[in-house]
Design a protein around this ligand. Structure first.
Ligand SMILES: C[S@@+](CC[C@H](N)C(=O)[O-])C[C@H]1O[C@@H](n2cnc3c(N)ncnc32)[C@H](O)[C@@H]1O
Length: 244
């Protein structure tokens, strides 16, 4: 949004010059120019490449919405929906994409019979999305204490409702795993992104207790080789395991 705002004065200046030289200027020209300038700014600021396409197409999308006479509340509604779904992905660099049943079953096999204190084993999915893993674990291991924590409100709400409707014992907390104390858990499952792994590792080393394990699907940490690797899916995407 800031980049679009930043490109606007330059777009207006160029349009002004074009109009002074009697070049034909229409809304499409303005939208294309604005998109190109915003994409160039995006490139200059070294944002991820896919932002360039978004910046390029955004003014054209606005123009299309106007041409189609779409009601203005629709833009607000879509904005709120995306906000609820992605929340602070711009900060965490971890968007939502789900793991599947093969991964969930591999995690089930890793879950110990007993917790470190002889009580029920405690597992958490940090960034639990729509709650698939936690709901599955709570169903097949009713003796275990299963929890999910999710930052984005909309996926969290969906997971909470799914647990309610299914009568599941899985608990879903809305919050930031970075503020959670990992020492309570026997198994911490993460399906995050490369950008999050170093921070996660530092937190795990500082907080996880002897006898517990960190399980990461797809993404490895650079700081220490995993103690074990499981090919959980046919696609060969691994589960990495570190024992503490
Ligand atoms: C790749 S999805 C994985 C979803 C789920 N764990 C699964 O396996 O299907 C990552 C999720 O982590 C959430 N997330 C990212 N950073 C987070 C944080 N700091 N605290 C809690 N959740 C976070 C995102 O909103 C997203 O839903």
């Amino acid at each position: 949004m800031l980049i679009q705002c930043g490109a606007l004065p330059l777009t207006l200046a160029i349009i002004y010059v074009m109009a002074s030289f009697r070049f034909p200027v229409d809304y499409l020209t303005v939208a294309v120019l604005q998109g190109l300038l915003a994409a160039a700014l995006t490139w200059k600021l070294a944002l991820a490449p896919w932002w360039r396409a978004i910046q390029l197409l955004f003014p054209l999308a606005v123009l299309t919405a106007l041409a189609l006479h779409l009601p203005s509340w629709l833009a607000g509604a879509v904005f709120l929906l995306l906000l609820g779904w992605y929340w602070s992905t711009f900060r965490t660099q971890v968007p939502y994409y789900p793991s599947g049943p093969a991964v969930w079953d591999a995690v089930r096999q890793l879950l110990p019979r007993q917790g470190r204190d002889g009580q029920a084993p405690r597992a958490i999915d940090i960034g639990s999305g729509l709650g698939g893993l936690s709901l599955y674990l709570a169903r097949v291991r009713p003796d275990a204490d299963i929890c999910g924590i999710e930052l984005a409100p909309l996926p969290w709400l969906v997971s909470w409702l799914r647990a309610r409707l299914a009568g599941s014992r899985a608990r879903f907390v809305r919050g930031d795993y970075e503020r959670l104390d990992f020492s309570q858990f026997d198994l911490v499952f993460a399906y995050l992104s490369p950008a999050a792994m170093s921070g996660l590792w530092r937190k795990a080393v500082a907080e996880m207790c002897p006898g517990s394990m960190l399980v990461s699907y797809e993404f490895i940490v650079k700081e220490r080789s995993p103690d074990s690797i499981i090919d959980a899916t046919e696609g060969g995407v691994p589960l990495y395991i570190w024992y503490f």
